[in-house]
Design a protein around this ligand. Structure first.
Ligand code: URA
Length: 197
């Protein structure tokens, strides 16, 4: 897909997915610095995100904000986006077609931000970017290197923030994965605590 409907990092118009176009309140673009070290990728906007026009501003967003803070990170210093930029009806998962229609926008965003690591939040973005089945609970905290949009990228698998609400045993995994993510910001500023992975 061309990025003809993007202005910088923002999709300003898109009509590719008829059901999403009918249902959405707005297109929800990524937020955060255009040169962030960390790029978090969720699945798709929920109802609150659709209303407010920002990713992760509902309950999952509160969990993410708290987790970032506990890991010494600030939401304002990281970039946060989604695989799909329109809210799917009834919070259903995005279809393969919808993921594929939005893929070019995500690749463009990853390319332009050029983060030290892409952190996937939940199963859908992990499987979308790693292009294989992912057992998120057991793979959380692992870093893989994959090609995205023609470039080798590091992808850090993380559980979805909402998973910690349904299953408190995921909290520690979520926290330690965000600590691992924070290591990449140190790495970018030349104080790496990470060796080869
Ligand atoms: N869940 C997601 O995957 N993305 C959001 O933006 C909000 C909740």
């Amino acid at each position: 897909m061309s990025d003809g409907e993007m202005d910088g990092l923002e999709v300003v118009a898109c009509e590719h997915c008829p059901e999403l176009v009918d249902h959405r309140g707005r297109i929800v673009n990524g937020t955060g610095p255009a040169d962030a070290d960390l790029l978090f990728v969720g699945e798709a906007p929920g109802q609150s995100e659709d209303e407010q026009g920002e990713p992760f501003v509902g309950r999952s967003g509160d969990v993410l904000d708290d987790g970032l803070r506990d890991a010494g990170l600030d939401r304002g210093d990281v970039r946060i986006t989604n695989c799909v930029r329109c809210h799917p009806p009834d919070n259903r998962d995005p279809t393969d077609d919808e993921l594929s229609n939005c893929r070019g926008y995500l690749e463009t965003e990853i390319d332009r931000v050029d983060p030290a690591v892409v952190v996937t939040l939940g199963k859908v973005p992990a499987e979308h970017l790693l292009e294989r089945d992912v057992a998120v609970t057991s793979e959380a905290g692992d870093v893989a290197e994959v090609e995205i949009g023609g470039e080798r990228r590091r992808v850090l698998v993380c559980v979805h923030p909402a998973a910690t609400l349904y299953d408190p045993s995921q909290r520690e995994t979520f926290a330690s994965t965000l600590e691992r993510a924070a290591d990449f910001t140190d790495e970018s500023s030349g104080q790496s605590r990470i060796g080869d992975f």
